[in-house]
Write a protein that binds this ligand. Structure first.
Ligand code: NAD
Ligand code: 3PG
Length: 419
């Protein structure tokens, strides 16, 4: 069987990758194996500093902290793709990226199991007041109590958002003897003996533990406030490992201080520091609430999750850069063509992102009229369209002419050639 040809970029020098926020070494190694030049940094950047960092960069790798706005993208003229080495993509202006021909990738579920395991740890820790006992012991205080401490067996776990994390958690919680109910805006198949309820209010009123696994959306911002907390069972617990904006923290503090809630575990906050260090100073009221476990956005931060995410996202980015394949990109028309074979030495692939307006393919077909187009695939998403064209028996000079002509078309957003 013929092997696929390793394609090289026609109009791009060495591919430069910038990885922020401590992206896992699996990604660094995968990029280096391709001969890409990789720069890494554990922290993130904002504003002008980020713009300066991005000047020559072709691939940017971030996690959930780095905000990529339209203003940043407008200055990043060499950027071809962004990898979110996490689930979240809301930190990137996806529409603005698409309009500049920049494909954005993420890892939709490689850290879901890590989050689910942490929630189980938190449920048991809250039920047994482990955070408080641990803090007391570190302060030399022996406080042996059983009042207010419970087994989780037979208790009701209410999951808000039954997606990748929520459904995974459902299975593990049932195996530990919990009874699982969930609320989701979609009608979803319950796993095991879990049951879906019709309203959030119903779930809040029946559950011993409420755990939040919804993304940041207009409808989920501030979703849990004073009203919702008052609907929760007296002595129940609230857990949030989703997004910080979902819970109104002053209302949570009131619920905890009044004793209505028996405890809470939070991994995410409305405002989060951009680097490690003594920066968690925005929520002093939370610190002296009883039975509260606070973690610094680490629910998905395990060796396994980060290694798998590193591999998955870097592989998608490399496919996009080397072959043009956009399958899996979250903001881009999905396009993929079978590989050019090793013996098709003089075949090149034209990758053309353009405005989604009438007449573009007609114009392109005119440009390619005297060439042997082997295969062609076009797709569109909202305002942008992406066409991949394999052209056979094409010389270097002809490639230059094709590149210049396509680049000067009115609808052109970004054109690359690999050969
Ligand atoms: N703390 C962490 O480290 C960490 C790690 C992973 C994921 N997360 C966050 O957890 C959240 C969930 O992740 P996931 O992978 O399960 O996402 P997902 O997209 O697979 O599932 C989310 C679910 O929420 C549902 N939903 C959306 N709006 C809703 C609403 N208003 N009410 C009820 N349900 C609603 C969706 O229908 C979907 O089923 C995401 O925001 C993600 O970013 C945090
Ligand atoms: O979106 C995610 O996957 C989680 O919030 C984890 O984000 P992080 O990789 O920035 O910790």
């Amino acid at each position: 069987m013929q092997k696929p040809k390793t394609l090289k970029p026609f109009n791009t020098s060495k591919i430069k990758v910038l990885l922020l926020e401590d992206v896992n070494p699996t990604a660094i190694n995968t990029f280096k194996e391709q001969g890409y030049q990789v720069e890494t940094c554990a922290k993130t950047f904002v504003g002008q500093e980020l713009i300066d960092k991005l000047r020559d960069v072709h691939i940017l790798g971030i996690r959930s902290k780095t905000k990529i706005t339209k203003e940043i993208l407008d200055e990043a003229n060499n950027l071809l793709a962004i990898g979110c080495f996490c689930i979240a993509t809301e930190q990137v202006d996806l529409k603005a990226a698409g309009k500049k021909g920049i494909a954005v990738y993420n890892s939709p579920f490689k850290n879901s199991h890590s989050v689910a395991e942490l929630v189980i740890g938190e449920i048991i820790s809250l039920a047994r007041q482990l955070g408080d006992r641990n803090r007391e012991m570190h302060n030399g205080i022996w406080n042996k109590v059983s009042r207010g401490c419970f087994e989780i067996r037979g208790k009701i776990l209410g999951i808000v958002g039954y997606g990748h994390v929520g459904s995974q958690l459902s299975v593990i919680a049932e195996a530990l003897g919990m009874r699982v109910y969930f609320y989701d805006v979609l009608q979803l198949m319950p796993l095991g003996s879990a049951r879906q309820v019709e309203t959030l209010d119903e779930l809040l009123a029946m559950s011993d533990f409420i755990t939040l696994h919804v993304p940041e959306l207009k409808d989920t911002r501030g979703m849990i406030g004073a009203r919702e907390i008052s609907l929760m069972k007296y002595g129940s617990f609230l857990i949030n490992n989703g997004r910080g904006s979902t819970v109104q923290l002053p209302a949570l503090v009131d619920g905890l201080k009044s004793g209505h809630l028996a405890g809470a575990a939070l991994d995410v906050y409305p405002k989060q520091p951009t680097s490690n260090g003594p920066h968690f100073t925005d929520y002093p009221d939370l610190l002296d609430c009883p039975n509260v476990i606070l973690t610094p956005h680490v629910a998905g931060a395990t060796e396994e999750a980060q290694a798998n995410i590193g591999l998955e996202v870097s592989t998608s980015l490399i496919q996009f850069i080397n072959d043009g394949t956009s399958l899996g990109a979250v903001n881009f028309p999905q396009v993929g063509l079978r590989a050019i074979r090793e013996d098709d030495a003089s075949t090149a692939r034209v990758l053309h992102v353009h405005q989604n307006i009438p007449g573009v393919l007609r114009e392109l077909n005119k440009i390619f009229a005297n060439h042997n187009v082997e295969k062609q695939y076009s797709n569109s998403k909202d305002d942008i369209a992406y066409v991949m064209i394999d052209v056979a028996n094409v010389s270097f000079t002809q490639l230059q002419s094709l590149y210049d002509t396509i680049n000067s078309t009115e609808a052109n957003i970004k054109t690359r050639i690999v050969y």
